[in-house]
Design a protein around this ligand. Structure first.
Ligand SMILES: *[C@@H]1O[C@H](CO)[C@@H](O)[C@H](O)[C@H]1NC(C)=O
Ligand SMILES: *[C@@H]1O[C@H](CO)[C@@H](O)[C@H](O)[C@H]1NC(C)=O
Length: 438
């Protein structure tokens, strides 16, 4: 029962807890579902409910020799990934996706992660690539990548695959900050499993995973011969160094703690470190100045995660009206929309360097959402956000394949894009910014 519930969760289909009056309806629906479960085979049920072809579970592979390499999750268990083999023309093409999930910035926060898959592979299970986004296997819904080899690398270090240190937890046990070693050991192992002979590779990630990808994009590219097409695709990882509504640089402070706690340094670009603080060099606005590999940046300019956690974090003591505004942009009054526009303006400004980068692409829509490539609703559907009448899948596919050269689209301000209206506001993310794709 629990397993089936899990499969039905998709980012845009999860809603916040309903008020009590909806409870009755919910219960009736649950009873019907329960009855269906008894009489209908699970795969058929899934197809009926989601209109999607059923796909097989993709097993969790634990990294071999993790302990010897010191490439371990926060609790010392081996890290893991899910590898689904490609077929047909996709057999020698590889998509490598780094999982997201925020950061842990104190010994306490990192210790707590050991009780979840975000800090321990003891809690990781097999998954299904069934969100019909970029990891989906349906050609109609994922025309450019459906038959590729796909790897979903689990995130269990709390510092965007970039730290290298140890600490002692309050209970006296060792906390391992080995994200950098995890990245290196996992890519090494994938190379042996066929990645080394890829003819095309796309390196991606969403949210904190997109930041991880940006930190490693050029290194990833350097592992392949020049004639191999290697590109990077960042989904919702363009985190902005913006003050919150109380005037504090909350995200900057968070990054500052992460970098010092976990000893993040080696991955930061040298030309940035030469004249800026390491913390500054952890922000995409600085990272993209140094990245030489072609990259596509997908980000909503009213990024719901950033509005909730950067602009209006709980520590900024938002009043009732701000709480309902950050829950759903439609609840924001005109003064608040102006504040949100400030975040957008900073993002648009930080992205100016991309204009000069020939092989790069952008899709900066003005929707209130977060990761958009993992769910079919935003990736490629009749109700997807569109810019220049293209869905995200079309824009990314055209850029990737060279069908159209370097499309860089920045949407007009909220509320001018009617294609944003069909997206429900994403569920609130509490402890971690966890994107369930299964
Ligand atoms: C919008 O809400 C904020 C926060 O509660 C409040 O300070 C402001 O006066 C409101 N603006 C308008 C135009 O209602
Ligand atoms: C937008 O694209 C859809 C199909 O993707 C097409 O049917 C429609 O005519 C296009 N609209 C415009 C205005 O080009």
């Amino acid at each position: 029962m629990a397993a089936v519930t899990e499969q039905l969760l998709l980012p845009h289909e999860q809603h916040r807890r309903r008020p009590a009056r909806v409870l009755a309806v919910t219960v009736s629906v649950a009873v019907v579902l329960l009855l269906l479960l008894v009489v209908v085979p699970a795969s058929l049920l899934r197809r009926t409910l989601l209109g999607a072809p059923s796909t097989d579970r993709v097993a969790l592979t634990l990294l071999a020799g993790a302990k010897e390499k010191g490439a371990v999750c926060l609790d010392g268990t081996p890290p893991g990934y899910h590898l689904q083999r490609g077929s047909g023309e996709g057999a020698d093409r590889w998509l490598v996706h780094l999982e997201g999930g925020g950061w842990c910035s104190t010994v306490k926060e990192c210790s707590d992660r050991r009780l979840s898959s975000q800090g321990s592979s003891n809690f990781m299970r097999s998954i299904r690539f069934m969100g019909n986004g970029i990891l989906g296997g349906d050609q109609l819904q994922n025309p450019d990548f459906y038959n590729w080899n796909k790897v979903y690398v689990r995130y269990c270090d709390g510092a965007s695959f970039s730290g290298d240190a140890e600490a002692q937890a309050e209970d006296g046990t060792t906390l391992y900050f080995r994200g950098l070693r995890i990245y290196e050991a996992v890519i090494d192992e994938l190379m042996e499993k066929g990645l080394a002979s890829a003819t095309q590779a796309l390196f991606t990630g969403c949210s904190a995973g997109a930041l991880s990808m940006m930190l490693h994009c050029d290194d990833f590219r350097a592992r392949f011969p020049q004639e191999v097409s290697v590109k990077c695709f960042a989904d919702a990882g363009f985190f902005i160094d913006e003050k919150d509504i109380s005037g504090k640089r909350s995200l900057w402070s968070l990054y500052d703690r992460v970098i010092h706690l976990q000893n993040v340094r080696k991955v930061l670009p040298k030309d940035c470190l030469a004249n800026k603080e390491p913390t500054e060099c952890f922000f995409p606005a600085e990272l993209i100045k140094s990245i030489r590999t072609p990259m596509f940046i997908l980000n909503p300019s009213y990024d719901s995660w950033q509005i909730r956690n950067v602009l209006v974090p709980d520590s900024s003591a938002p009043d009732k009206s701000w709480l309902s505004c950050k829950e759903n942009i439609r609840n924001c009054n005109s003064t608040q929309v102006e504040v949100l526009n400030g975040l957008r303006n900073k993002m648009v400004n930080d992205l100016k360097v991309v204009e000069d980068k020939e092989d790069w692409g952008m899709f900066i829509d003005s929707c209130f959402t977060h990761c958009q490539s993992l769910s079919g609703i935003s990736w490629h559907s009749p109700t997807s956000p569109r810019l220049e009448n293209k869905t995200i899948a079309e824009a990314v596919g055209d850029w990737h394949s060279g069908r159209s050269q370097g499309a860089k689209e920045i949407d007009c301000k909220y509320q001018c894009n009617p294609t944003c209206n069909s997206l429900p506001p994403p569920r609130d993310v509490t402890a971690f910014d966890r994107v369930e794709i299964y």
